[in-house]
Design a protein. Structure first.
Length: 300
């Protein structure tokens, strides 16, 4: 294999990870909320958009470093209010009712942002430490010649995978994660033991919203910030959840990477780029109706 072929293949794989990074974060928040609360949240794309708008507003005022802390916290608080004010009343309602409620909320958020900021895209300047390129050939000996990649896209990819790892560690190796996983299986038993499972479920919803905030904060400069941003990412993100398996966090990660690779390797054929995503969904669901890592009984 020639050096130019190796370079091209590596860049396509790296681009696949970067394209899948935003879908991974949005899909992760979606499947976390569904897996723990059983809620189909069609407002999650709007939460991603809200994170992007919050970042555009705060970063010039506070600096981007402080915005990295503030935006997820604001989305976490918004998620808590949303769960306690609306979502909690729909836990025992059919999924169709949940979809109608959250989709309507998404439209309200979209129109509110359009009213406040206007319908045009907003510029999202990168911080100085995120500008420029990374000369990959200086760090990877198997690359030949000059090979560079935008620094911010690498940061987005690294942050996405770091968020995934942090979430898995939280759910698998902490008391909070243990209680949440137990509550998914038998919430009534936890109530008998004196555990406030409703409070923990509210925290889970807030955590899913915070992850959407991280996606908006780091993905906004790549995706462009405009009022239709949430809807544009909603359907592909739900495909990530469905392909990976409803309620499966590892499945969402695998599906996001798979879709990112499909978009990257089909980039030369622009007419087929979006079609390839749906073709993958069709093939996976024909072979495995529950998704790649879906569990028996979920949405059946």
């Amino acid at each position: 294999m020639s050096g130019s072929t190796v370079n091209a293949l590596f860049m396509q794989v790296l681009t696949g990870f970067q394209l899948g990074a935003i879908y991974m974060l949005i899909g992760l928040g979606l499947t976390l909320i569904f897996g723990t609360l059983g809620v189909v949240n069609f407002a999650h794309g709007a939460l991603f958009m809200l994170g992007a708008y919050a970042a555009v507003t705060l970063a010039p005022q506070t600096g981007f470093a402080l915005a990295i802390l503030l935006v997820p916290l604001l989305l976490f608080a918004f998620g808590i209010v949303m769960e306690r004010g609306l979502i909690r009343k729909f836990y025992d309602r059919p999924h169709t009712d949940q979809i109608m409620l959250t989709f309507g909320l998404a439209l309200v958020i979209q129109e509110a942002l359009k009213w406040i900021y206007g319908a045009n895209s907003l510029p999202f300047p990168l911080p100085d430490w995120g500008n420029g390129i990374v000369r990959l050939h200086e760090y990877l000996p198997f690359l030949t010649g000059f090979v560079a990649y935008p620094k911010w896209r690498l940061i987005l990819t690294v942050v996405s995978f770091a968020t995934v790892i942090a979430l898995f560690l939280l759910l698998q190796f902490t008391r909070f994660g243990l209680v949440v996983r137990a509550g998914m299986r038998d919430p009534e038993m936890l109530r008998f033991l004196g555990v406030n499972i409703q409070r923990r479920f509210a925290i889970v919803f807030g955590l899913g919203a915070a992850i959407a905030g991280v996606a908006g904060l780091f993905g906004g400069p790549v995706a462009s910030v405009y009022p239709g941003l949430g809807m544009a990412y909603l359907v592909p993100s739900f495909l990530v959840v469905v392909i990976g398996g409803m309620g499966s966090l590892p499945g969402a990660v695998v599906a996001a990477i798979l879709l990112g690779m499909a978009l990257s390797f089909s980039a030369e054929y622009s007419a087929m780029q979006q079609v390839s995503v749906y073709l993958i969904a069709v093939v996976v669901l024909l072979l495995r109706p529950r998704g790649l890592l879906g569990q028996k009984g979920v949405l059946e």
